[in-house]
Design a protein around this ligand. Structure first.
Ligand code: G3P
Ligand code: CA
Length: 285
């Protein structure tokens, strides 16, 4: 049922779109993805449209929204003073002009950092967003795939995230536009208890190539999504995940060829830095 609703939502979104041609071609194989396949594939803008704007910034999320992604994916962590911020690494070193661990800095300190210049001068002055800022701006406009990044570093982070969603009535039954995921599966069990009506996902790295049907059944007890590294995805794995009752959104596609391979494998969604590889939408730079 959930899969049907997701497909319907994606189809409606595409019906509203009046952009250019939808067919995507694989130069080598001469393969063409049909309009229907594109409409049914859930398009997730990884850390926002992070191929086009600095990852995990409001600009990247806005770009993902403008490119008609079905979801923006965000990484959530906690500051020293217990505030939720959206940033991928557990330090600010790579994506800001500052240094230090996210958990050792206060929100005020993190908000002073420039999170855009590393990507390009045009993005100078971009801030590390707060979780609430992202919810307030994008709720109801685009789906939000919320990753709890390294939750083992931030005791109580699941409850803080739940509180922010509940305050906004975003925890309602069958909310198809919010998904919570993590590589930390214990954290997902905790979150599912706090937010039983929301969909949850397990993230898996390349070391999960030999996942068993028993393990899939255990995940399916609390998760609706099995989101692995794209490198371990096979047709057989996709079939097993579906058999277990979950959808599969592999990460992270960064080329048209990679996206086309995932189409071929019959996955349900593609987590990508380039939403245009899933929908051939124009990119506004
Ligand atoms: O959404 C899946 C993907 O984001 C997981 O990897 O390292 O980019 O957070 P990472
Ligand atoms: Ca992520």
């Amino acid at each position: 049922m959930k899969r049907m609703m997701t497909i319907l939502a994606a189809s409606l979104a595409m019906t509203a779109f009046t952009g250019p041609a939808l067919a995507a071609e694989d130069g080598e194989a001469g393969k063409v993805i049909s309009k229907q396949q594109q409409q049914e594939m859930v398009n997730v803008a990884h850390r926002g449209a992070s191929g086009h704007a600095p990852e995990n910034t409001m600009e990247a999320f806005q770009k993902g929204f403008e490119m008609k992604a079905d979801y923006i994916e965000i990484d959530v962590q906690m500051t020293k003073d217990g505030e939720l911020v959206v940033i991928h690494d557990t330090t600010v070193n790579r994506t800001t002009d500052g240094t230090g661990k996210v958990g050792d800095l206060t929100l005020a300190e993190i908000r002073q950092l420039d999170a855009g210049s590393w990507f390009g001068d045009a993005y100078a002055g971009e801030k590390v967003p707060t979780f609430e800022e992202v919810l307030n701006e994008f709720r109801g406009k685009v789906g939000i795939l919320i990753e709890l990044k390294a939750p083992e570093l931030y005791p109580g982070v699941e409850a803080k995230i739940a509180d922010a969603l509940i305050e906004r009535n975003m925890d309602t039954a069958n909310n198809e536009k919010i998904i919570i995921q993590s590589f930390n599966h214990e954290s997902m069990k905790t979150s599912k208890e706090l937010l039983p009506n929301l969909s949850h996902g397990v993230l898996l790295g390349g070391n999960w190539a030999n996942v068993t049907e028993e393990q899939l059944a255990q995940f399916a007890a609390y998760a609706d999504y099995f989101n692995p590294s794209m490198y371990i995805v096979t047709e057989e794995l996709v079939g097993d995940v579906h058999e277990a009752g979950m959808d599969i959104y592999p990460y992270t596609s960064r080329s048209q060829e990679q996206a086309l391979r995932l189409f071929d494998l019959n996955v349900d969604g593609i987590i990508t830095d380039y939403p245009e590889h899933v929908y051939a939408h124009p990119v506004k730079n």
